[in-house]
Structure formats: C-alpha cells, structure tokens
Write a protein of this length. Structure first.
Length: 160
C-alpha cells in the first residue's frame, strides 16, 4: 500500500481483474469510481487492451487504464490549448517512472520478464497456461493494485 491511499483501492482492482481478466479496464474502472468521474463508454473501449494491447506484450494495460484516468482528471478540454496538456503529461510521466522502477518497464513483456523471469505470448493457449503456472495471475494482480494506488496518490498530490 502507498501512504495516503486506501488499501481497498488496490484490493478492488485485484478483485475486478480476477473477474474481468483485463488490467486496463480494471484500473480505469476502479480509478474512475474512486475519483467520482463519469467514464462513459471509455471502459468499453479498453476491452482490447489486456496482455499489452491485444495480447501483444506492448504497453501494460494497467499503465494504459491508469494514465487514461489521469487524463480524465488533468487533461485539457480544448485541443488548441497546448499549455493545458502539461499537468496531465507531468502526472503521467511521474506515474510511468514509478511503474518502471517497480516493474522494470511499462511494457507487459518487461513486467513479465522482471516478475516471472520470462515473457509469454498470451495469445497462444500453451503460453497462457505456462504464464498461469508461473504465477502470472498473482503478478498481474499485484501490478494492478500498485498501478491504481500510484495513480490515486499522484492525483492526490496534484490537488485534484
């Protein structure tokens, strides 16, 4: 648990991940509920983001979902207002630095390599089974818990 963040936030993300099997949707949904944000259909748009965007090992869904929640809070309303991007970018960079330090990178494959000793092609059934056998579900549960706690802490520090 990160200081100043309710432990129930990480637990809620873990519980939602266990049901949804989607780290992006889990992080985004928990953060938007915690922050009383109207997520609209954005959570639905995050459906293809598990396993590093469509099971490709790219950017971790916990990063995508958390950064999107940061954007909802700190993002700009008018596209032509370029300076208004700065608070969202600064908070997202801080989040990504924390995530990289904890998990070895922001890519799903980097997280798996650091946490499990190897990466897996989660689109292949035999590798998905090997990921589960290696403790992948527990690792990703820890990842989503830390991600939502980190994002909530960062957003709290911005005075939002």
């Amino acid at each position: 648990m990160l200081d100043g963040v309710p432990p129930s936030l990480g637990l809620a993300a873990q519980q939602l991940l266990a049901v949804s099997a989607n780290c992006a949707q889990s992080c985004f949904r928990v953060l938007t509920q915690h922050l009383n944000l109207d997520a609209g259909e954005t959570a639905k748009a995050l459906t293809p983001f598990p396993g590093g965007i469509a099971l490709r090992g790219d950017t971790c869904g916990a990063v995508v979902g958390s950064v999107m929640a940061i954007g909802l809070v700190l993002g700009r309303d008018r596209l032509e207002d370029v300076p208004a991007m700065q608070p969202s970018i600064a908070a997202s960079r801080r989040f990504c630095r924390d995530f990289e330090e904890r998990f070895g990178g922001t890519a799903c494959r980097a997280v798996l390599e650091r946490g499990l000793g190897e990466s897996f092609d989660l689109a292949r059934p035999e590798e998905l089974e090997a990921y589960r056998d290696a403790g992948g579900n527990a690792l990703c549960s820890d990842v989503v818990a830390h991600a939502v706690e980190s994002a909530a802490l960062i957003l709290g520090d911005t005075g939002s």
